[in-house]
Design a protein around this ligand. Structure first.
Ligand SMILES: Nc1nc2c(ncn2[C@@H]2O[C@H](COP(=O)(O)OP(=O)(O)OP(=O)(O)O)[C@@H](O)[C@H]2O)c(=O)[nH]1
Ligand SMILES: [Mg+2]
Length: 320
């Protein structure tokens, strides 16, 4: 039996192997993905992002147990952007997520950053596809929200939860880093800490202003109102409420336009794959030929400008 055969019979060791194969972009990974692709029955992808140490892993932990207790199969992807902010996060996660190991309904996987931000988002999306093919119902994707990479990773999810804590300046921080735009649900974790009430009110009033200035086209459904859910992950408080908000967002999306929702997912997944493929092929062709060196010579000697050359190289690659 091949690894893929074992994968298809529900073998978790084979699942881990297939994920590594796909994550490493090993030769033929896309052929494997096309065999695995589950077509219609996609899992619901929930992204959790936010500042380092906000309690994302603790929340993912609690959510996974809550969902598994309801009989759902939960896949977890912890993306470590290996940024200077999150040093050691993976080890910490392994320890904190220990409780989940051994539960047959839950599968935890860590992923490290490599390559460009587009590459990581594409790889995360493909690991989601593998988990979907294995039969998971819900996929939770944890990523530290410190930069563009995390925003890209969050964009492969159907609902994005932005987690923050009552430390001063966090509401402002959330807006500055572009997290406001991608949040479908705000989770105010560590609500046991002082200042939680104040920051919740602050964020709600900012959201209110956003709502009032937003223009809504006539006849279109009312816009989603991003809720702010207080939680205390270490005491398992507010977790059901948080899931309820995610579930409502899911309902909202599928009620607003059921076909449109699935098309939007298919479209963004396809675009990610295409971008990666184009990038890979173009780079390989250029590096294998002398064209790149010749072009560099022309630029340096003042015979041509890089913009014209870029167009020429691209067109010649596309033709041949
Ligand atoms: N007081 C309090 N502490 C919490 C709460 N939730 C998590 N913590 C603690 O905060 C610390 C960080 O929690 P994690 O769940 O690892 O946070 P994280 O966002 O996953 O961290 P990184 O992945 O490293 O960015 C741990 O020591 C937790 O025990 C909470 O609701 N209240
Ligand atoms: Mg974590």
């Amino acid at each position: 039996m091949t690894t893929l055969d074992r994968f298809l019979t529900g073998d978790r060791v084979a699942l881990a192997k297939v994920i590594s194969f796909v994550e490493d972009r090993a030769d033929g990974y896309d052929r494997v993905l096309s065999r695995i692709f589950s077509g219609g029955k996609a899992a619901y992808r929930v992204g959790l992002t936010g500042p380092p140490g906000a309690g994302k892993s603790s929340l993912v932990n609690r959510l996974a147990v809550l969902l598994a207790d309801q009989g759902l199969k939960v896949g977890i992807i912890a993306v470590d952007p290996s940024s200077p902010f999150s040093g050691g996060a993976l080890l910490g996660d392994r320890v904190r997520m220990q409780a989940l190991y051994g539960r047959p309904e839950i599968f935890v996987r860590s992923m490290a950053t490599r390559g460009s931000s587009g590459g990581l988002a594409a790889a995360t999306k493909d690991v989601c596809v593998v988990l979907e093919g294995f039969g998971f119902d819900i996929i939770l994707v944890e990523t530290v929200g410190v930069g563009q990479i995390e925003l890209d990773v969050a964009s492969v999810c159907d609902t994005v939860v932005v987690v923050f804590v009552p430390e001063s300046g966090d509401a402002i921080q959330a807006m500055k880093s572009g997290l406001m735009e991608i949040a479908n649900v705000f989770c105010l974790n560590k609500s046991d800490r002082p200042g939680a009430e104040r920051i919740k009110a602050e964020l709600e009033s900012i959201l209110d202003v956003h709502r009032q200035v937003r223009l809504v086209a006539k006849g279109s459904p009312p816009p989603w109102e991003t809720p702010v859910i207080p939680t205390v992950a270490i005491r398992d408080t507010g977790i059901a409420h948080l899931w309820e908000a995610v579930f409502q967002h899911r309902q909202y999306r599928s009620q607003a336009d059921p076909a449109g929702f699935r098309k939007a997912r298919a479209r963004s997944d396809l675009l990610l794959s295409l971008t990666e493929l184009t990038h890979e092929r173009l780079e390989r062709t250029l590096l294998e030929s002398d064209q790149l060196n010749l072009a560099v010579e022309q630029i340096v000697s003042g015979q041509a400008d890089p913009y014209t050359i870029a167009h020429q190289l691209f067109d010649s690659w596309r033709r041949g």
